[in-house]
Write a protein that binds this ligand. Structure first.
Ligand SMILES: CC(C)(COP(=O)(O)OP(=O)(O)OC[C@H]1O[C@@H](n2cnc3c(N)ncnc32)[C@H](O)[C@@H]1OP(=O)(O)O)[C@@H](O)C(=O)NCCC(=O)NCCS
Length: 127
């Protein structure tokens, strides 16, 4: 995964840095643009989350991944908090949607997200 670090750097726990990439500076942001937050430990990427801007005033919270070796240490929580702070400070009145797994449903509930519908995870291997 390639990304460019912006000057927006959050220092969190010891050695862990959360850096942003392609964070928009404009409100509203460009439709279909996406951006993200990457967790770096000693200059190694150990996790990331992303989001996209859909139509007017709609944001989609997307991928979330933390390297298996570093799970259950609060890395995802730090990424989540950085993204949450950013959207709340800059995009008041926007509607946020997400398709999430059982691993992240609690954090969404804790932050006030409502359950709308179950979804189906489908897979296909190209021959
Ligand atoms: C989901 C994932 C990003 C969590 O990363 P993490 O850094 O381990 O998460 P945190 O340590 O910050 O945990 C935050 C909360 O997430 C939940 N959580 C994390 N891993 C979980 C798991 N395996 N099962 C259930 N809940 C889980 C818990 O509520 C946890 O809070 P707690 O530790 O106080 O119980 C990571 O396990 C991962 O990359 N999984 C594979 C990909 C995935 O499922 N992505 C989510 C797509 S929506």
């Amino acid at each position: 995964m390639t990304f460019s670090c912006s000057s927006n750097l959050f220092i969190t726990m010891k050695g862990l840095k959360i850096v942003t990439y392609r964070i928009p500076t404009n409100v509203p942001a460009n439709k279909n643009s996406n951006c993200g937050w990457v967790a770096m430990l000693n200059d190694k990427e150990i996790g990331w989350i992303t989001m996209s801007f859909l139509s007017n005033k709609e944001i989609l919270f997307e991928n979330a991944f933390v390297d298996e070796k570093y799970r259950r240490k609060g890395v995802y929580t730090k990424l989540w908090e950085a993204r949450w702070k950013f959207v709340n400070e800059n995009y008041k009145g926007y509607n946020i949607r997400t398709y999430c797994r059982d691993t992240t449903v609690d954090i969404y509930r804790k932050n006030g997200f409502e359950f709308i519908n179950p979804i189906f995870l489908m897979e296909y291997k190209i021959q």
